[in-house]
Design a protein around this ligand. Sequence first.
Ligand code: GLU
Length: 478
Amino acid sequence: MTVRVRLAPSPTGNLHIGTARTAVFNWLYARHHNGTFILRIEDTDRDRSLPRHTRNILAGLAWLGLDWDEGPIYQSRRIERYQAVVEQLLDQGLAYRCYVSEAELEEMRIAQKAAGKAPRYDNRHRFLTEAQRQAYEAEGRQPVIRFKIEEPQEISWVDLIRGQITWNTQDLGGDMVIARADGYPLYNLAVVVDDIDMGITHVIRGEDHIANTPKQILLYRALGYEPPQFAHSPLILNPEGKKLSKRDGATSVAEFQQMGFLPEALKNYLALLSWSPPDGEEIFSLEKAATLFDFERVTRSAARFDWDKLNWLNSQYIKQLSPAELVERLTPFWQAAGFDLTTVPDAAWLEDLARLIADGIDRLTEASSLSRFLLQDPISYTLPALEQLRLPGVAEAMRAMATTLAQADLPEISVQSLKPLVDQVAKAQGMKKGLLMKSLRAALTGDVQGPDLMESFVLLQRRGWALPRLEAVQRLLA
Ligand code: GLU
C-alpha cells in the first residue's frame, strides 16, 4: 500500500502553529514511507475563507520547507462533486431534507436544557410525509440536508496515536447536516468525499477533530468505503496549559518568522513537541527525523509550548550557519531596521559582522540592536556609556588612542595588529587595561556592553568609523 496523507487547512486564518505541527507529522509520515503528501485547501466556508489566508498558508509551508507532492486542491472547485454525493445519499434514503427553522431549533435547545438534557437535533423531520414536505416547500422554507445517524450504535477505531477510541452515536447530536440550505456542503461531508477521491490512507490531524471522526466513519460506510487509518495528535498548549492564543506572543507561522526564528529550528521544535527520536537527540533535520518517525513515539498528552527551548534550538541553528548564510538570513532584519547595507566595505566585512554577533543571539531580530553601532553612524550614547566617558583620564586616553591608531598606519587591521596599540596606550596613559577597554567600548559603540570589543574595533576601523568616534568623544565632553 502506498501511503497517501494530506494536510487540509481551512483558510479562515493564517497558518497556525498547530496546523504547521500537523503538517510536520504528515510530512514525516509520508517521507518515512515514500508516500505522497497532499495539500488541500478547505475553503468551503465562503464567509470566512479569504484568499490572503490561503496565500499565507502556502507561503508558511514553503518557508518551512514542507513541500507537498500534490495540490493545492481547492474544495471550492469541487462543489458539484459534493452535491452529487449528497444527491446520491438522498436517493439511497440515507439522507433527507430537514425544514426545521432556526427559531424551532432554538426552541428545541431551550426545552432540552430545561429538561437537563444535552442539546441535539431530535430527528423530527426524518419521517416527514410527502404532504408535509410539500407544505413546508409551499411556505418557502429552504431545507438543509441531514444524514441519518442510527442510535444507539458504537463506532470504534484504533487511533494510531491514541489507541482504541469508541463513541456512541447517541452522543453525536442527532442526524447531522451535510449540506446547507443554499446547497453548500459542510465540512464532514466534503472531507470524506475528498479523502475517498484522493485515496487518502492515513488521516493525521489534531485531536480537536476526534469528535468528527465517528461521523466521518459513518459517512464512509454509507458511501461504501473502508475508512482510512486515523492518527490524532495532541494539541499544543501554552506554558500554563491553556489553548495557545494571541496572548502567548505568537500563534501563526508568519509571526514566528518575523520574530527571527529559522524555519529549520521551528520545524525541529514542532517535531519535538510531541515526538522524540529513539536516540534522544534534540537537534535534527526533518529529513533525518523522517527516517525514524513512527506514531509509537508520539505522546498522547498535550504538548506545552516552551519558549526557552525554542530560543535555545534557534540559537543552535544560528551558530551552525556559515557567515554567508547568516548574512542572507539577517539581511531582511537589518533592512527592516533601516540600515543601509549598500555602504558597507564589502561582502567579507558583512560576513565578519555576522560571525561576530552569531554567538550572542537566540533570534535573528536580536541582530539589529547588537549590530547597530556597526551599521549606523553617528551613534547615540547610553547614560552608562556617557558616565564611563566622563571618568577622569578617559578623554585623554581616547585622544591618545586616536593618535596612536592614526600614526600606526597598519597595513592590515586585525585583532593581532590592534592589540599592541591598545596595550601601548594603556601603558602611556598609566591606565588599567580594563578601564581602557570599557572606555573604548563606550566611545566606539555608545554602550557599555555588546559583542567582542576588539573585533568590533577592527570592523569599525575597516569601515573608517573608529577614528571619528574616538575623536567625537572630545566634542561630546567639551
Ligand atoms: N479543515 C480542517 C481544519 O483546518 C482539517 C480537517 C481534517 O484534517 O480532517 O481544522
